[in-house]
Ligand binder design. Structure first.
Ligand code: F6P
Length: 544
């Protein structure tokens, strides 16, 4: 399907219709039964690829479900859509842009064309400049205006220009330069900047202003505040060159701000914000973990790209995860997906995935502009285990909502301490087991539970989950994990026939906020609904 051609509506595809009737047959089938009937299910419904072991056997599926989901992928021309992305076609049709985050991690000798031009050499040129700069900062060769060594790096950005860098920094902290401090400022709430810089010395602080557009209100406000904060101590405008670098696609705005474009690291309009952590937006990550580790991260991304592009769908990790997500979202009416990494270093991974998944697939019209008559992107959320077990897991186990879960666990820990790691991993396995198989009333009674208490202690089970097992968290592994979810999102978007690469839904709020700012400055009197007007008046009273 060419992107602008009108596709056969999803619900008219024969695989979709077959899945609808298949759902009727399978909806009450219990995982207990599926496992009892097939002793090899656990090993059979698993894929081991690129060092990632995905056990998807605890899903409410049969071989027939899988057959129909793969048929749906074929009828949706998933293969053609994947190829179109890798070929650099402008599959982001509403912005008329190619979608080529895969080019950011392509090896030097690869060729990926955008409008007839190979973009890979430029990607590597920027990477080389980033590496040289990161090495200078890390080694102390890059000095501040007063010849002091840079000890603190503060990334200022928001959305994709923040979440990727902060997630990657936290995830790879083990590999980071420990005598440096890394902070991330995103919120326009002044508290974010104030707290991030409260104990820093401007003479030792480098700001990375990360913004694809270099016009984002929050980032520009924080960038100006950072400039004032620096100049207050450093005095001299010339200091900016030593303490500010920019990452952007917008050279004109960068120089308008006062950053020399020699200190700018560029990227391209074919990199979506939420797909940009492996572009120059990753500069803070590179300074933290070093260029070598950053390249390992890219190599991990690339391995997953190649797997997604070439592996048969039956063995293709992102395709399998994407199709399973469609299955629950559209047939079981599951509203959310919980991502539960059992690794403290991945504490920001769910937050990162929220932008990746929800900004990509939170769409209500198809590529041809028709309102969808099926559900699109689910809500992604999560927290690291075991913490979540002591807060929201109750609802997943015994609530009335079906919440498919992705558990992520590692064979080895980066911080071996007594038996902590076995205790952690025992919980991964126990949670998946409890969700799938539950505890029947008979089992509860057999424990001597009084009759009145039995219903409260029953676990119905039949709650689906994927379990991802990996040896140890490394930069390569992080790259593979992020690319796994990126391509799972792509798979879902292709099935739903939506543009997963635009984000028009964030615009209206920005425009309205701009108007209200002028009102708060007393420049105009705005016209709103009675609720908004009253709220603005109340705010004015409170602010005094
Ligand atoms: O408003 C949403 C958004 O455009 C995201 O898509 C993007 O990641 C974020 O804002 C930040 O944009 P920029 O990098 O241009 O500052």
């Amino acid at each position: 399907m060419a992107t602008t051609e009108k596709a056969v509506p999803l619900t008219q595809l024969s695989a979709w219709k077959a899945l609808t009737s298949h759902y009727g047959q399978i909806k009450d089938v219990q995982l207990r039964t599926l496992f009892a009937d097939d002793s090899g299910r656990g090993e059979r419904l698993a894929v081991d690829a690129l060092g990632i072991y995905l056990d998807y056997s605890k899903n409410r599926i049969t071989d027939e479900t899988l057959k129909l989901l793969f048929k749906l992928a074929d009828e949706s021309d998933l293969r053609g859509r994947i190829d179109a992305m890798f070929r650099g076609e402008k599959i982001n049709i509403t912005e008329n842009r190619a979608v080529l985050h895969v080019a950011l991690r392509a090896p030097k000798d690869a060729t990926i064309l955008v409008d007839g031009k190979n973009v890979v050499p430029e990607v590597h040129e920027v990477l080389d400049r980033m590496s040289a700069f990161a090495d200078r900062v890390r080694s102390g060769a890059w000095l501040g205006h007063t010849s002091k060594r840079i000890k603190n790096v503060v990334n200022i950005g928001i959305g994709g220009s923040d979440l990727g860098p902060v997630m990657a920094y936290e995830a790879l902290r083990h590999y980071s330069q420990r005598d440096m401090v890394f902070r991330f400022v995103s919120n326009v709430d002044g508290t974010d900047f104030a707290e991030a810089t409260i104990d820093l010395d401007p003479e030792e602080t480098l700001f990375i202003i990360s913004s694809k557009t270099f016009t984002t209100l929050e980032t520009m406000t924080n960038a100006h505040t950072a400039r004032e904060w620096s100049l207050k101590k450093l005095g001299d405008e010339k200091a900016i060159a030593k303490h500010f670098v920019a990452v952007s696609t917008n050279a004109a705005e960068v120089s308008k701000f006062g950053i020399d474009t020699a200190n700018m690291f560029g990227f391209w309009d074919w990199v979506g914000g939420r797909y940009s952590m492996d572009s120059a937006i990753g500069l803070s990550t590179m300074i933290a973990v070093g260029p070598e580790n950053f390249r390992k991260l890219l190599a991990g991304f690339h391995e997953m790209d190649e797997h997604f592009r070439t592996a048969p769908f039956e063995k293709n990790l992102p395709v399998l995860m994407g199709l399973l997500s469609v299955w629950y979202n559209d047939f079981f009416d599951a509203q959310t997906v919980a991502v539960l990494p059992y690794d403290q270093y991945l504490k920001r991974f769910p937050a990162y995935l929220q932008q990746l998944t929800m900004e990509s697939n939170g769409k209500h019209v198809t590529l041809s502009g028709d309102h969808v008559d099926y559900e699109t992107g689910p809500i992604f959320w999560g927290e690291p285990g075991t913490n979540g077990q002591h807060s929201f897991y109750q609802l997943i186990h015994q609530g009335t909502k079906l919440i498919p879960c992705d558990f992520i666990g590692f064979g080895k820990t980066l911080n071996p301490l007594g038996d902590h790691h076995d205790l952690l991993m025992a919980n991964v396995f126990a949670q998946g087991e409890a969700l799938a198989f539950g505890k029947t009333a008979e089992q509860v009674k057999a424990e001597g539970t009084p009759n009145w208490l039995v219903p409260h202690r029953v676990f119905e089970g039949n709650r689906p989950s994927n379990t991802i097992l990996i040896e140890i968290l490394t930069p390569e592994v992080l790259g593979k994990l992020v690319a796994l979810y990126e391509h799972s999102v792509f798979t879902q978007g292709a099935i739903w026939q939506i543009d997963s690469f635009d984000q028009w839904g964030v615009e209206l709020g920005k425009v309205l906020a701009k108007n209200i700012i002028t009102e708060l400055e007393g420049k105009i009197v705005g016209k709103h609904d009675s609720s908004t007007s009253t709220l603005i008046d109340e705010y004015k009273k409170l602010r005094g």
